[in-house]
Write a protein that binds this ligand. Structure first.
Ligand SMILES: Nc1ncnc2c1ncn2[C@@H]1O[C@H](COP(=O)(O)OP(=O)(O)OP(=O)(O)O)[C@@H](O)[C@H]1O
Length: 684
């Protein structure tokens, strides 16, 4: 009988089946052809973009996939997610492993249980059926339900724990010193750091937590099922299954499009889209005045269209890829499983103690059958998890790049693409490291000295070859020159925002210099927080500034009415919206008086205040000609007569580096009083 059946499973093909097989081969051939065409299109598009006007042209497009680079990135990120053995994450991982084992144990129980239920039905044994289907199942549904939901809970908790670790680590490094400034102004490897710090880290953490269970569960299943199954259908049968899956896994990987890279591109496009919206929020008033809604819609829709086009392409590829995946992993695997299970039954040479014997227990056959299917499902899941790994590689590449750039910038290493003026030439990538920085900073109180300092922009444009001047406390100095000549750049070098490429800068420590910009920054928080920024309330108190002392500062800048108007010192508002341009600048002045620095750098900081500059308060002049030349000297009577230095001339932007002494505040107050009677004040 066995011999006859052996012949039965040699699957002789009828002509109808042969035609079906023929159609199947044609369909598979068509799908593979589609793949190849898509790949060709992708490569052609990549080639075209390398000579386009894209500022990123020429940047090395790094391959993103499950390769050595990916594993190196994961090795770097994992210690941040799991900082040590004695951590919350380890406890969660161990709990997850335990829940997964419990789940596999329940699966094994269930496959055996199912066999018993079927046997009870087939043998019309009502008593056993009730005992199983009502009593035993009624009891076991509780652990099954609890284990399933514990699995979900532990994975979510793990994802949140990873996210917290990564986010806190990134926030710390991003907001350390002025890394956040350097990342967007000096280094240009990362665009939209906000997207990376929020969305990408979240996605990476979520995928990582799932990946663990996606791999661990099938592995546990495989070990347990393969062992039990080996007993039933022969030791080599599970090995055949595993060999089949390894083979199909390798084939799948070779056929699969670069989904890792597509995921990284998708995230970048999402970041660009988000940026178009943040800009509208940040500049809503200006856009509204210009009536620029429709124009902005073109930009926003354009950015969104790019996402849609990209996602559609991914869906198309996933569809084709999914068909090949299911055929190879799911259905062919099931066929292999059927064959291996049937083999001992149909061919006595493979009969085991449980299967193949004529008197074998049918419940046992049922149990082993489900186990075999479970094994094939487990290995199938493992291969599909391997495919998800390519998507995970996309998130890993983005998060790893963020952390690399944060580390580099913290170590004083910047990388920047220098746009080639010739549109046909690729842009070059320039790396600036600490070794390129020949400049020296010397800390000394009461003086600012520039000795042969070149003013170089982050794009490596030299604005002034060598600048030398000296300003001491109390020596008010006006900096003057055409737009774009490098006045603000000088302040950026003084404030250590930009690197010092040469010469020596002697200056007090950063906390003794205070920069007052044209558009003052207003922080989230109370009105008090605005005046004492970046100090906290406790720090202000320790410096002797209680609310009445702060009120004195507001009196000086004529803002004391604001406290009553806005409802007190502790009201939290979006101050950037609530205050007028002039009020914001007055707040910035109050902030300056609160900090009492040795030097104040005033960058057209009173342009919106209803008073004007009086040059006579400045004795010194640093004047740039806009072509790399400059002069530094005392202001004379003739200068005051020139139209350029006339207080009402707004053509050349004017900035002041002034030494502040204790009387300055009183002087400001006096001048403010004067301003109401029509005369000018010392600050612009
Ligand atoms: N982050 C940056 N990266 C590259 N180049 C920059 C950067 N910031 C400024 N520059 C360039 O440096 C040059 C000098 O800019 P800077 O802001 O110092 O001008 P400025 O003299 O203060 O002009 P204005 O009077 O218009 O304010 C400009 O050509 C500008 O394009």
């Amino acid at each position: 009988m066995g011999q006859n059946l052996t012949r039965d499973i040699s699957f002789p093909l009828s002509s109808k089946k042969r035609s079906l097989l023929f159609v199947f081969i044609i369909v598979v051939g068509y799908l593979v052809k589609q793949y190849v065409a898509e790949e060709k299109r992708r490569k052609a598009a990549q080639k075209a973009s390398s000579v386009s006007s894209d500022p990123e042209r020429g940047r090395r497009t790094k391959k993103i996939g499950v390769d050595a680079r990916f594993f190196a990135q994961v090795r770097k990120l994992l210690p941040i997610c799991i900082p040590g053995f004695a951590s919350k994450e380890t406890v969660l991982l161990i709990s997850l492993a335990m829940v997964l084992i419990a789940r596999t144990w329940l699966d094994i129980w269930f496959s055996g249980f199912n066999g018993h239920v079927v046997k009870a039905i087939v043998s019309r044994d009502r008593k056993t059926f009730i005992a199983l289907a009502v009593v035993e199942f009624g009891f076991m549904m509780w652990p099954m339900s609890i284990v399933n939901n514990s699995l979900k809970l532990t994975i979510s908790a793990l994802s949140l724990a990873f996210r917290s670790r990564l986010t806190r680590h990134a926030n710390k490094n991003y907001l350390k010193d002025i890394v956040f400034y350097k990342i967007s102004n000096l280094d240009n490897r990362i665009q939209n750091a906000d997207q990376l710090l929020t969305q990408d880290i979240d996605k990476f953490a979520e995928n990582l937590s799932h990946l663990y269970s996606d791999f661990a569960k099938p592995l546990v299943d495989m070990v347990l099922f393969a062992y039990k199954l080996g007993e039933a259908i022969g030791r080599e049968a599970p090995i055949y299954m595993i060999a089949y899956f390894v083979g199909s896994g390798i084939l799948l990987r070779a056929l699969s499009p670069p989904f890792g890279k597509y995921t990284a591109i998708e995230q970048k496009l999402e970041g660009d889209f988000r940026f178009t919206h943040s800009r509208i929020i940040a500049h809503s008033e200006e856009i509204a005045f210009y009536g620029g809604g429709e124009r902005e819609q073109i930009v926003v829709d354009g950015s969104f269209d790019k996402i849609v086009r990209h996602i559609k392409k991914i869906y198309r590829l996933r569809f084709i890829n999914g068909i090949i995946d299911s055929v190879l992993v799911k259905y062919c695997a099931t066929m292999t499983a059927y064959y291996l299970l049937a083999r001992p039954v149909f061919d006595p040479r493979y009969a085991t103690e449980f299967m193949g014997k004529l008197d074998a227990d049918s419940t046992k056959i049922m149990e082993d059958y489900s186990r075999n299917l479970n094994l094939s499902q487990a290995i199938g899941r493992l291969i599909l998890a391997g495919r998800d790994l390519t998507r995970f590689a996309g998130y890993t590449a983005r998060v790893a790049e963020l952390f690399d750039v944060l580390e580099d910038v913290n170590n004083g290493r910047y990388e920047r693409t220098i746009v080639n003026k010739d549109a046909n030439e690729a842009n070059t990538s320039k790396v600036v490291s600490q070794n390129d920085l020949g400049g020296k900073i010397v800390a000394r109180d009461g003086v600012i000295i520039f000795e042969k300092v070149p003013i170089v922009t982050p794009s490596q444009d030299v604005l002034v070859k060598e600048l030398s001047f000296k300003v001491e406390t109390g020596m008010n100095c006006l900096i003057f020159g055409p737009n774009g000549c490098g006045k603000s750049s000088l302040f950026r070098i003084l404030g250590e925002l930009w690197p010092l490429f040469g010469g020596t800068v002697t200056k007090p420590s950063a906390s003794k210099l205070f920069y007052v910009p044209q558009k003052p920054y207003l922080a989230l928080g109370t009105f008090r927080d605005q005046v004492i920024y970046p100090d906290t309330k406790t720090m202000a108190r320790s410096k002797g500034f209680d609310d009445s002392k702060l009120m004195e500062l507001l009196d000086v800048v004529q803002l004391s009415n604001l406290i009553a108007r806005e409802g007190g010192w502790d009201v939290i508002r979006d101050w950037a919206d609530v205050l007028s341009g002039g009020e914001k600048q007055r707040v910035a002045m109050a902030r300056l008086f609160y900090h009492r620095p040795q030097f104040a750098i005033l960058d057209e900081c009173t342009s919106a205040v209803s008073v004007d500059v009086e040059v006579k308060y400045h004795e010194w002049l640093l004047r740039f000609d806009g072509e790399g030349g400059y002069e530094f000297r005392r202001i004379n009577e003739d200068d005051l007569a020139t139209p350029l230095l006339h207080p009402h001339n707004k053509m050349g932007k004017k900035k002041f580096a002034i030494g502040q002494d204790d009387d300055d505040m009183g002087e400001y107050a006096d001048n403010e009083k004067n301003s109401s009677s029509g005369s000018n004040i010392s600050y612009e």
